[in-house]
Design a protein around this ligand. Structure first.
Ligand code: GLN
Length: 503
């Protein structure tokens, strides 16, 4: 980066996290300048509906402290870089709603570990980003919270075409990064919620191996699947952020991995000559739209030019991942959401006759339709007489899906395919067709059920000029290798650097 890159403030939002960290360190720009720039930009583009909470004075205060640490020479690795958080991470200084009426106006007494880890490296928080209620959804149409600058609930818009959904559930995160309202954002992925919105908005995202990132302070959806990760424009930025946000948290998250924090950037520039990329035939069948297929195929040819070898593989239970996920995730959700009873925190119905009536009214008022649907499915599959037929059976198939990946990884180092069968659809198009929403998760669910790390990388544009994402899946703990493969691809292509018109 040259100093001329910073000649006008107009350029600030085009810089990557990597470049911003460097510019801050070299005192070419201050954290306060950056925070002000991005806050102004967010106000200008309030029609995208990405933010659900902004606290300008808090952000500027954090930025002033970052500038002071840079001046004193006590800076963290990302000191002064502003980012925004999905509103599923609890935060002391910003509201946390998880997109639900149940938590409207809720303020947590502590920060989620992911938020605290990033702050420890000097990251400044710009605000909280819209998401589907309790992270349930694929389109961000399930949020019950009015975005900043709006009086009522309004869907997040995709900056590539404002009539389209940004994907979900981390839709606010993806749209905000794509529109350059923040250099990067956090997201969470239970069944694809980092990878799919990243693909739909033309940005890069990574979900690490289950257990890498602490779930402490992440409002729980399905605990055996939920995992946090960064969403940014480049794989290089994802590597920097992932290194900061991961790490053991054994006292506070019982499924946190007892592994030291890692530098996920260390392999970025390694050669991928001879890398064996597995191509699962089940990911390229009938259901895949031709425009998505064309972009993914072209990306695979680029990989061949970079020296990788494509290896045909099979993931025979891919289709079963949909019924398996939509039994296990609702089962866990029905249990996790029992904590919202109007007693400890969140919404409580005003008028009720007794305790049972208070529970019923509170939950009827506080939860949206999709959440209620999942609680009902989850309660059903866990109930006596159905547990063996549905829940136990789903658990067995989940194990087989994980075994299928281990078989595949005997023949390849990474797996590549589409993130989603189509590009982002129109707002409202599938909002009454729940099954259509569930089916669109087919390519992201298998990796989630197996707990594997996965990425989404921009590889082109399809129908209506909407971005297409390629999915890369790795074996457990292979994040550095995934990021390496993505980075090498981004060195050879410029899909990740394209900007939606007007941003
Ligand atoms: N679309 C999936 C669902 O609705 C995945 C959501 C997620 O990963 N949080 O459950």
């Amino acid at each position: 980066m040259t100093s001329s890159t910073l000649s006008t403030s107009q350029d600030l939002h085009d810089l990557t996290v990597h470049d911003l960290a460097l510019a801050l360190k070299n005192k070419q720009v201050s954290s306060v300048e950056l925070a002000t720039h991005f806050l102004n930009r967010s106000r200008t583009h309030a029609d995208l509906c990405v933010y659900v909470d902004i606290q300008e004075e808090t952000t500027l205060q954090q930025a002033r402290q970052a500038d002071a640490r840079i001046a004193q020479g006590t800076a963290g690795k990302l000191e002064g870089v502003p980012i925004a958080h999905k509103d599923i991470f609890v935060t002391r200084d910003f509201n946390t709603t998880a997109g639900s009426r149940m938590l409207k106006g809720y303020r947590s007494p502590f920060d989620a570990t992911v938020v605290a880890n990033l702050a420890h490296e000097g990251v400044v928080t710009l605000g909280k980003l819209n998401c589907d209620e309790f992270a349930m959804g694929s389109s961000n149409e399930n949020s019950a919270i009015a975005p900043v600058g709006h009086d009522s609930v309004a869907p997040v818009r995709n900056p590539w075409n404002k009539d389209r959904i940004p994907g979900g559930s981390s839709g606010g995160s993806a749209a905000a990064v794509a529109a350059r309202l923040t250099p990067a954002a956090t997201g969470t992925d239970t069944g694809g919620s980092i990878r799919q919105p990243a693909a739909f908005c033309g940005i890069t995202g990574i979900k690490p191996t289950y257990g890498r990132a602490s779930r402490y302070g992440m409002v729980a959806f399905a605990s055996s699947l939920d995992q946090a990760g960064p969403m940014a424009r480049t794989a290089q930025d994802c590597a920097l952020l992932l290194s900061a946000l991961c790490g053991p948290d054994l006292d506070r998250d019982s499924t946190s991995l007892d592994m030291p924090a890692e530098d996920f950037s260390r392999k970025l520039n390694d050669s991928i000559d001879g890398l064996r990329i597995g191509i699962p035939k089940e990911f390229f069948g009938e259901g895949l739209a031709p425009d998505v297929r064309a972009s993914v195929d072209a990306a695979l040819r680029t990989y061949e030019e970079l020296g990788a070898k494509l290896v045909p593989i099979t993931l025979p239970r891919t289709e079963l991942s949909i019924p398996v996920y939509y039994i296990i995730a609702p089962a866990e959700a029905s249990s996790n959401l029992s904590r919202f009873d109007g007693v400890k925190f969140g919404h409580r119905a005003e008028h009720y006759t007794d305790l049972a009536d208070m529970y019923q009214k509170t939950r009827a008022q506080g939860f949206g339709d999709e959440v209620k649907r999942r609680i009902m499915i989850g309660t059903y599959v866990l109930s006596h007489g159905y547990y063996d037929a549905y829940y136990l059976q789903a658990q067995k198939i989940r194990r087989m899906i994980a075994d299928d990946f281990q078989n595949a990884f005997k023949e390849c180092d990474l797996i590549a395919g589409p993130v989603a069968p189509t590009v982002a659809w129109k707002i409202g198009e599938k909002s009454n067709d729940h099954l259509a929403n569930y089916l669109a998760d087919i390519f992201t669910l298998p990796g989630s059920l197996a707990g594997l790390p996965g990425m989404s990388v921009p590889v082109g544009f399809g129908e209506g000029g909407m971005p297409v994402g390629m999915q890369l899946l790795g074996n457990y703990f292979q994040e550095a290798r995934l990021l390496n493969a993505a980075h090498r691809f981004q060195q050879a292509t410029d899909w990740h650097a394209r900007t939606p018109k007007g941003f």
